[in-house]
Write a protein that binds this ligand. Structure first.
Ligand code: MOS
Length: 736
């Protein structure tokens, strides 16, 4: 099905199942331990051996010698996989550029240099400790702050805006502006810290490879694993039915999957391989630190005339940048703008996708700057943002938004939150020992929509089975896919079986970039349109206004149970939805507004979040309970970004030091007293037949700045260096 015009009325508009706050259909499996995660898989796996990974012990350099003799002789050891044993280091895939098994050249700390395969996990681990490596450390580059003045423009990269965007005469506008701001903001390296470690079971059958793994986008996983192993992707099958958290880290195959596959090939056994926790932080990928300079020019009455945003970060050679200027392109209007993206070479683990890549980071800077500018102008921060709202792309005025209600989010949020009660001047409100304050920030996040296929089957019991290679990272994919099929076929959610996470199923774009929910449900919609036609034809109901309701097909004066259509055999339909020129005509984005109230302890500087509110404009919401869960989770991550998350770099030896869940701090339940989410729920017929967009990553964008702005409102202290820890402002707090 081609989507090439605004969606008209369709069966999803009934919202009998879609749009309902249904519980997760996979919830009972998870809470009873019956959801099988990759490392737990048993069925179909023959006598697995265990792989244990040795990561490089230097940040950059080479292996001078590696003595495997003692490890080889250790009990239970079957084989040891090294770059030598496989004929050289592995090549990079297409999405990530890291090499997953190297030697002698080492690109970054904890990059894998050997995998020991043994009969048991303990034997593999013990033997790994016997490998004797002599390193020659090289002169690596590890300090982004030292490079931020000299880093060159970012070369063209996938998923990345141009490195220089210029509209109008920015320099002249800054000179002429009545009010200006020029500040630099910094964000730290961050790590996904998901619960489920990277783990794979790999098994070969002749030249055919099966992996039980965790991959958000199975189509990328197939493509990249085939390239790295040098085999045909038709010979690979990936199973990824459940993923225990990812947040961008598991977009494609990583070291665990590649190394398990190599180890299984070399040992002739199925191999189970998990990256242990201390290895994950430096072996896999992370969000890179940024240094961002924001320049704003405005008229006295609060109209922006110039927007400048320069962002610098680092990555391994060939890697992508954190696209922190992306959201600045489409959020506020101004006659002139200069947006630049620079990328330094760093020899740390790969920087890649992380929780609203680019946008969350860029808005951590821009939305503090907007708060600072509002104060300079003597304007309320909500009003200042509303005055600079736009209706089309500032770089191309002919390109309108498919839908945009940023102003509605700000106004609704302000009213609901009681924004009018905000202390007008900072550091003026006290509640016992606590200085209290309010903060706000806007949110914008891209709403990509991608081609997606599904297969639907009607069986004689009147049930539907849906199959697509979509994945569920804990966000509710199983549920919304089931809701879509149930709505389309006039059934209940309990009448639908959803099968996901198998690369042999019809191809979806998977989970990522906030495109999953609208794309995959639209693919299911397309397949169901075909199935509806097939059912009506089988039943001989040839009426243009046939309806599917309560398990029946109604039309041409008849009302027939849908099950009858499958009495002589299953009805199976498959289709793909795809998007072309019509979709490209519009800017597809989601919008939001965040509000935060917090207290800062007057003596100790400790921050306590009292209330958080997110108002989201993301079109139709497919499942308000699942969507709310995503957004409150995103608020928690935004609070973490504001106050604690910080992957600490040892700039001498070139590694992230706090590489465990004990020392990489994230918020816990007790850190945030109350969270609330409001959806504006305005269907967007120009986006897809489902008329709804992704919302999970939107929930993350702007949150950290809202927290930062509330700290300023409470204390009068501005911190421009995340995370906002007590050491960065205690000396500037009001005297007690
Ligand atoms: Mo998301 S960080 O685009 O998986």
């Amino acid at each position: 099905m081609k989507f090439d015009a605004p969606a008209g009325p369709n069966p999803v508009d009934r919202m009998k199942v879609v749009g309902q706050p249904l519980d997760r259909v996979d919830g009972p499996l998870k809470v009873t331990g019956r959801a099988t995660y990759s490392h737990e898989q048993r069925a179909g796996i023959d006598r697995p051996a265990y792989g244990f990974v040795l990561g490089a012990g230097i940040g950059y350099g080479r292996i001078a010698a590696m003595d495997l003799a003692a490890a080889r002789a250790a009990p239970g050891v079957l084989t040891i996989v090294t770059a030598d044993s496989i004929g050289g280091p592995t090549v990079a895939g297409d999405f990530l550029i890291d090499r997953f098994l190297v030697g002698p050249q080492i690109d970054h700390y904890h990059q894998a240099i050997a995998v020991v395969v043994a009969e048991t996990f303990e034997q593999a681990r013990a033997a790994t400790a016997l490998i004797d490596v002599t390193y020659e450390a090289g002169d690596g580059s590890f300090d982004i702050k030292a490079l931020s003045d000299t880093a060159p423009p970012c070369p063209p990269r996938p998923f990345t805006p141009p490195s220089h965007i210029e509209v109008g005469d920015f320099d002249a506008a800054m000179t002429e502006a009545e009010v200006t701001l020029d500040e630099t903001y910094t964000t730290p390296d961050q790590t996904h810290a998901m619960m489920e470690p990277f783990a794979t079971i790999a098994q070969w059958d002749g030249d055919r490879l099966t992996c039980w793994c965790q991959v958000q986008q199975l189509n990328w996983g197939l493509r990249d694993l085939a390239k790295i192993l040098g085999i045909d992707k038709a010979n690979i099958r990936l199973h990824s039915p459940f993923i225990g958290g990812s947040f961008g880290a598991k977009g494609t195959v990583l070291a665990d999957c590649v190394l398990a596959s190599l180890a299984a090939r070399q040992s002739g056994r199925a191999v189970k391989l998990a990256l242990h926790r201390a290895l994950i932080f430096n072996n896999t990928n992370h969000r890179p630190a940024t240094v961002q300079r924001i320049r704003l020019g405005a008229t006295k009455d609060g109209r922006l005339t110039a927007i400048g945003h320069d962002s610098c970060c680092g990555n391994l050679p060939g890697g992508r940048p954190e696209s922190a200027i992306g959201s600045t392109r489409l959020l506020y209007g101004s006659d002139t703008r200069r947006l630049t993206l620079r990328l330094a070479r760093l020899d740390l683990a790969e920087a890649a996708a992380f929780r609203a890549p680019g946008e969350a980071t860029g808005m951590m800077a821009l939305e503090i700057a907007m708060d600072e500018m509002a104060e300079k102008l003597g304007l309320d921060p909500v009003e200042f943002r509303i005055r600079n709202d736009i209706t089309s792309d500032p770089e191309n005025q002919n390109r309108k938004f498919s839908s945009r209600n940023l102003v509605g989010c700000l106004l609704k949020g302000a009213e609901h939150f009681g924004w009018a009660d905000r202390p007008a001047r900072p550091a003026t409100r006290r509640d016992g020992h606590w200085l209290t304050g309010y903060g706000t920030a806007a949110a914008i996040r891209g709403a990509p929509i991608l081609k997606s296929a599904a297969r639907v089957r009607l069986t004689a019991d009147g049930r539907i089975t849906v199959e697509t290679d979509m994945t569920d990272v804990g966000t509710g994919s199983y549920t919304i896919v089931g809701q879509t099929a149930a709505e389309m076929m006039g059934l209940g959610i309990g009448d639908v079986t959803v099968r996901l996470g198998d690369s042999s199923f019809p191809e979806s774009p998977g989970t990522g970039g906030q495109w999953g929910a609208p794309s995959v449900t639209s693919g299911v919609y397309a397949a169901c349109v075909k199935l509806r036609d097939a059912v009506a034809q089988r039943l001989g109901i040839n009426s243009p206004d046939v309806t599917f309701e309560d398990g029946h097909v109604i039309g041409a004066g008849r009302r027939v149970p849908i099950a009858e259509a499958a009495q002589d055999g299953d009805l199976v339909c498959e289709d793909e939805i795809f998007f072309g020129e019509f979709t490209q005509r519009y800017a597809h984005q989601t919008f939001g507004a965040h509000f935060v109230e917090l207290g800062v302890h007057a003596a100790t500087g400790e921050v306590r979040l009292r209330r958080m509110l997110a108002v989201c404009d993301a079109g139709r919401i497919f499942n308000p309970k699942a969507a709310r869960s995503q957004v409150i989770g995103a608020q928690v991550m935004g609070a973490g970004a504001a106050l604690m998350e910080d992957l600490s770099v040892d700039t001498t030896h070139g590694l992230f030091l706090n590489h465990d869940l004990g020392s990489y701090e994230v918020p816990v339940h007790a850190d945030i007293a109350a969270q609330e989410v409001i959806f504006l729920e305005e269907p967007d017929p120009r986006h897809s037949p489902m008329k709804g967009k992704g919302v999970g990553e939107l929930g993350m964008v702007g949150v950290a700045a809202a927290v930062a702005n509330a700290i300023y409102n409470a204390t009068g202290v501005r911190v421009r260096d995340y995370p906002i820890t007590v050491d960065k402002y205690i000396d500037r707090m009001p005297q007690v």
